[in-house]
Design a binder for this molecule. Structure first.
Ligand code: CP
Ligand code: NVA
Length: 301
């Protein structure tokens, strides 16, 4: 595994290997066992969007692995003033051992990987959020003891999270239901890929029937970073797509609820449902640290 650009690039075996390593790294951290697998290595972290979890977990994770993380805000980099990604990639490859990037276009991440010669990790684009999904799968396996055969239901915008979750969950053997309003379906290439899994995948419009028999219900914000100006329009479009008590009634009694966070209580999820599932949601946030450490070890050591 050379980079982590999107879930589509990973084989099922690679996903499971990352999850196994993440479990091991979590155990080592909790038990005070040194795990400085990236001693002396440097990770540049380019952020063109805000972040709490991704920034802090990568930075802390790199430190715990014995390496050195550099936070690179696009406000300060020449990339923010128009220096081409091709040149940035070639320059940073001379200094660093790896790059994590959060940006808008997926192509920018793919170009960094193409023109540079160091590993690139996607820390979120408008198209994908693979680091989040690896932490999500890790959390689901911790709670359910398995992944294969579980019923996974995503309710909301067919966005970067819906894309990466659908692909990742199908690859590990889950049955995936996406519940999205017609005008907010995922990208065609994602739907085409998911449809190759036959009846393990469906996309529907009604949250109540979509949530039937779910083992995991997942939601995300209605307006992602960069879509703030559409927030009011989206609130109207997603009316009826809230994860609330009525939706939860349809799911299995031991259904987990996950959210990548940040959450907008009273919009995509009620306060009541979020707080009833706070244990798994904040374990999920913690697991960003362990899953990303596993990714860094896989691509950088
Ligand atoms: N879930 C997630 O990526 O959070 P941040 O935007 O805080 O990094
Ligand atoms: N879909 C959200 C995810 C945030 C982690 C966004 O892109 O803003």
């Amino acid at each position: 595994m050379k980079h982590l650009l999107k879930m589509m690039d990973l084989s099922t075996e690679e996903i499971i290997e990352i999850l196994n390593l993440a479990d091991q790294l979590k155990y080592e951290l909790k038990n005070g066992i040194p795990h400085r697998y990236l001693e002396g290595k440097t990770l540049g972290m380019i952020f063109q969007k805000s972040s709490t979890r991704t920034r802090v977990s990568f930075e802390t994770g790199m430190y715990q692995l014995g390496g050195y993380p550099l936070f690179l805000s696009s406000n300060d980099l020449q990339i923010g003033r128009g220096e081409p990604v091709q040149d940035t990639a070639r320059v940073l490859s001379r200094y660093l051992n790896g790059i994590m990037i959060r940006t808008f276009e997926q192509k920018e991440v793919e170009d960094l990987a193409k023109y540079g010669n160091i590993p690139v990790i996607n820390g979120l684009t408008d198209f994908a959020h693979p680091c989040q999904v690896l932490a999500d799968l890790m959390t689901i396996r911790e709670y359910k003891g398995k992944l294969d055969g579980l019923n996974f239901c995503f309710i909301g915008d067919g966005n970067n999270m819906a894309h990466s979750l659908a692909v990742g969950c199908l690859k590990v053997g889950m049955n995936v239901t996406l519940v999205c309003p017609e005008d907010y379906y995922p990208a065609k290439e994602i739907i085409d890929f998911c449809e190759t899994f036959g009846d393990k995948f469906r996309i529907v419009n009604d949250p109540v029937s979509g949530a039937a028999d779910a083992d995991i219900i997942y939601t995300d914000v209605w307006a992602s970073m960069g879509q703030e100006s559409e927030a009011e329009k989206r609130k109207l479009a997603f009316d009826g797509y809230q994860v609330n008590a009525k939706v939860m009634e349809q799911a299995k009694s031991d259904c987990m609820v996950l959210h990548c966070l940040p959450a907008h209580r009273g919009e995509e999820i009620t306060e009541e449902v979020l707080e009833a599932h706070a244990n798994e949601i904040f374990d999920e946030a913690e697991n960003r640290l362990h899953a990303q450490k596993a990714v860094m070890v896989k691509v950088m050591s």
